[in-house]
Design a protein around this ligand. Sequence first.
Ligand code: CUA
Length: 334
Amino acid sequence: MKRLVPLLLIVTLALAGCQGWQSALDAHGPAAHTLANMFWIFVAVLGTVWFLTMAALLLALRRRRPVDADPLVTDPGTEKRMTMTISVAIGLTLVTVITFTGLSYAAQKVLYSHKDGALTLLVTGQQWWWEVTYEDEQPSRVFTTANEIHIPVGEPVLIKLEASDVIHSFWIPNLTGKMDAIPGRQNQIQIQADRPGLYRGQCAEFCGLQHAHMGIVVIADTREDFERWRDHQVSSAIAPNDPERQRGMEIFLSRPCIMCHQVRGTDAGGKVAPDLTHVGSRRTIGAGTLTTTRGNIAAWIVDPHGVKPGVNMPTIQLEPDEVQPLASYLEGLK
Ligand code: CUA
């Protein structure tokens, strides 16, 4: 029973890994299906090879030579059989390796042949968040958001990848494989979701202290829902109409917040930190670190380094009675 426990644990973890909102084995897009199929083919073939090798080893261990046999005298029949067996094994190994290489080339073709996209996004990796710009032929329809990507379901979306500081890697396991975001050059990757849903991604290249907290979320909506979302994101922030939020806006606009953050429709035009025009509509703050609630926004403003040590956001000096209005204002930026 004691020996069974680790085995059961491995099987349970493996099965759990096959399902989930951040699992390469729970494929929901053409590229991810290709990669998941490759994985299972490799597991099946290599698993079979392992079992055959172990069986051969056991058979060899069970065979006994007579005690008085002279080790220097060989039997021509046995020699012939052994030569044959080894030749077949080498042949099979070659065939396996060549087949794997062929499969791998075929998968590369699927992964890197980009269809005409419904949408083009420019995603820039930053320490430690993702800047996302939705491109459009009409300049007035271009907008920037952060850490949350909405896409129409069933349509290919082209992602141009850049980085502003160090190398990051864009990875949405349920939808596609990894692609590096490298400073000074542009890489491209295509994502497509087969069905509506939420797919979590993660920076997959060690990029500094908060590499593990560099999450991203892709939300696949129906075309109508996506258009509604995009029309809203294109629009400027709505000015608050209750006194507390109005006070929060005044605090925001009178502090260094506006040096780094942008809220379209106000004087805040900073471009080095996430665009906050619709921050209240996003599911998380701090690139997947905290869910977007008023309390979490307040906690983040008061002590960003406590939540995410090493983060570039400085601690802003605020009076105790200024925190809640400011958090309310930001949370209200739906
Ligand atoms: Cu960005 Cu790891």
